[in-house]
Design a protein around this ligand. Structure first.
Ligand code: BEZ
Ligand code: FE
Length: 282
């Protein structure tokens, strides 16, 4: 007589995973079997109580309920638990000397205007001006022509334009630049400021319960696309920022921290130099 896998505490994982049908794809089988194994392992390790599980279900329910087309609380949850950065790290292992990725975040908007090199993206006139400049190159130091550089940052009060529609000009602190044959880029923005991630929902409450703050160190977002190279999604961080070592979404990497230096000879107050190194497609 064949052994029937009734559900028991000891054989809980086997009982659940045995129910998967024969037609399940190998990858879904692998992912779900592992998820069940680790989820049950977690419940067993902490001996989760009924009450704790109910609080968890209630927390996840509220996390879903606050989501809409502008607010994605599950992404914030993934970010603050380090899962976004872990998936990114695994998927974007790059050779030394090439530009590292970091978290994408919820504030990118498709369709920002393509601007002439040198344009000013700060449309509200607030904040300390900064010249951003550098080169886009391959690992051998050759310039990359036709790289599309999408940039976005908060304003001097710590808010993205999409967080303050009607208050900030549309496309404030956003733009797209395309490199020429020399691979160079330059534009004017502001020296960004540190800001808290939206913390008026379940994720903010979770951070509070865990004795964690919701702040991100000041940063400028960059996304680089080129048909022959791997996409880069990254930020540059302002050196000296108070939150560099405690970014609430774990996005900081040493190679992405940039010195903002006084721009003695130029029209902006600050200057921030950063060269991007893109990995050629396989
Ligand atoms: C951001 O940098 O825009 C961001 C990233 C993760 C969560 C919230 C904001
Ligand atoms: Fe940001």
């Amino acid at each position: 007589m064949s052994q029937i896998d009734y559900f028991t505490e000891d054989r809980s994982v086997e009982a659940v995973n045995a129910r998967m049908g024969d037609e399940v794809s190998p990858r879904l089988r692998e992912v779900m079997a592992s998820l069940v194994k680790h989820l049950h392992g977690f419940v067993k390790e902490v001996e989760l109580t009924q009450e704790e599980w109910e609080v968890t279900i209630e927390f996840l329910t509220r996390t879903g309920q606050i989501c809409d087309d502008k607010r994605q609380e599950f992404i914030l949850l993934s970010d603050t638990l380090g899962v976004s950065m872990l998936v990114d790290a695994i998927q974007h292992r790059r050779p030394p000397g090439t530009t590292e990725n970091t978290v994408f975040g919820p504030f990118h908007v498709d369709g920002a205007p393509v601007l002439d090199m040198g344009a000013n993206i700060s449309l509200d006139g607030k904040g300390e001006t900064c010249l951003y400049e550098g080169r886009v190159q391959d690992p051998d130091g050759n310039p990359i022509e036709g790289a599309r550089i999408d940039v976005w940052s908060d304003n001097s009060e710590g808010f993205y334009d999409v967080q303050q529609p009607g208050e900030q000009p549309e496309w404030n602190n956003r733009g797209v630049f395309i490199t020429g044959a020399d691979g160079r880029y330059w534009f004017t923005g502001i020296k960004p400021v540190s800001y808290p991630i939206p913390d008026d929902g379940p994720v903010g409450q979770m951070l509070g319960h865990l004795g964690r703050h919701p702040w991100r160190p000041a940063h400028m977002h960059f996304m680089l696309n080129h048909p022959n190279h791997e996409r880069i999604v990254t930020h540059t961080f302002v050196s000296g920022d108070d939150y560099l070592t405690s970014d609430t979404v774990f996005g900081v990497k040493e190679s992405l921290v940039v010195d903002y230096v006084l721009n003695e000879s130029g029209e902006t107050k600050w200057k921030a130099h950063f060269d991007f190194v893109m990995v050629p497609n396989q």
